[in-house]
Design a protein around this ligand. Sequence first.
Ligand code: ADP
Ligand code: ADP
Ligand code: MG
Length: 499
Amino acid sequence: MKINKILVANRGEIALRVMRSAREMGIKTVAVYSEADRQALHVRYADEAVCIGPPPSAQSYLQMDTLIEAALRRGADAIHPGYGFLSENAEFARRVEAAGLIFIGPSPESISVMGSKLAAKAAVSKYNIPMVPGVAHAIEDIEEAKREAVLIGYPILIKASAGGGGKGMRIVENEEDFVEQMNRAISEAQSAFGDGSVFIEKFITSPKHIEIQVLGDKHGNILYLFERECSIQRRHQKVVEEAPSAVVSPAMRQAMGEAAVGVARSCNYYGAGTVEFIVDEQLNFYFLEMNTRLQVEHPVTEEITGVDLVKEQIKIAEGQPLAIRQEDLSIRGHAIEIRVYAEDPKNNFLPDIGQLKTYRRPQGPGIRVDDGFEEGMEIPIYYDPMIAKLTVYAKDRPEAIARMRRAIAEYQITGIETTLGFCDFVMQHEAFISGKFDTNFVQKYFSPDKLAGSPGNAEAEIAALLTAHLMEHKKNGTANPLLPVQSNKGPSAWKKNRT
Ligand code: ADP
Ligand code: ADP
Ligand code: MG
């Protein structure tokens, strides 16, 4: 069935991203927005826009019936959920379909199977997919689990079956702590996800997170679009992603790709999806979970394959068979994405809110910016603090890294702390450059002093000098001739005004 108008049930960069592909396909778009997003770019970009409620997402972007009514009223024939919000909500997908609309995503059944890490493990068990050693059922008898944990070997990771976004995990270092950590994990899972089911896995101490993009149509065809390396994480959440991975050989790529297709097949998957794997030091890979939506980091895959994943999602939702075959796909060049968050890397990556006083995007060859803001706008406190995704594409990895450093240097953001400086630190780190890094990268190599003192950062060096100068004056009780009074916060105040 041809789709003529799509309501995009999301905000920010991903709403714009979806609308852009729709526009290229001649499809009209309807934006939705909360009262905090009246001026947002996705609202101005869309052909029509509907206000759906007050700022908190529970009263706007998560209001299923309001969204469906808006779609019906505006004559949309489909809803695209983006990522986050209702994108992995099987109930929403079901209600959209019950209203006679097309849900641009997988079936409600696929969403519910893969939304539960335990149901997912059960579904894939017949497909010969490598799994992390562990217990693949909800733990009821803690003493029994404690015996199993000894066999698996410490450290152990306790995971909430319904967890997501890096939440709901606990590491247990030794047997003595097991019972206490288990009880905590269960009550946390119950209160955070409304489901106290937890299970245990071997905690892989130096893992890489590598995931495979898949596309499936409604006729049983499933393809893999290679891997994304997402090991640079803070709080189990990704900040830097790239494709292809520096450590994956063609044989490993094929094995992972075929395993991912098996995972997708196990739940009769259609649409775009991502199968996440954890990879140990010997490069053994294990299935972690499947995300049944477009992923934040999908642009790196688009850059190296030339496939527009949103257009594919739309065509699949219309019922078209995939026009691409596995043998048509190949990797060209290298892409790296960084997430520019309104966060302060010097202060434990805590969210920073405020106004984008200066906001100038990098430009030139091989640069793609997906964002939803303009200079002068406020970053609302109600939603995810991601300002933008900066993706670079180049002929190979060294050129991509150099290009990313150039793009970061061109990116001008003031008024708010961002992860830009941190990402530049990553780009010049020897572990990143060599490809020999794992999910412990941030913990292992990063500390706030790495930002101010990083070589080549002339501004930071000047700031440090000025601070030293200021401290000298403070000690002497004299006013500093060089700095305005409100700037006595040291390098961070300068960083804020970085241009
Ligand atoms: P991805 O797996 O797509 O790279 P993350 O791992 O960072 O993304 O987060 C997993 C999912 O949880 C994403 O779909 C993201 O939109 C969602 N998410 C993460 N943080 C938040 C948040 N603060 N509010 C709402 N959704 C969030
Ligand atoms: P979520 O639904 O929160 O994304 P995942 O199962 O995908 O949960 O795990 C998120 C991250 O946690 C992974 O990218 C990895 O960094 C870490 N992780 C998950 N399982 C393990 C494990 N068994 N050993 C070590 N790290 C793990
Ligand atoms: Mg995950």
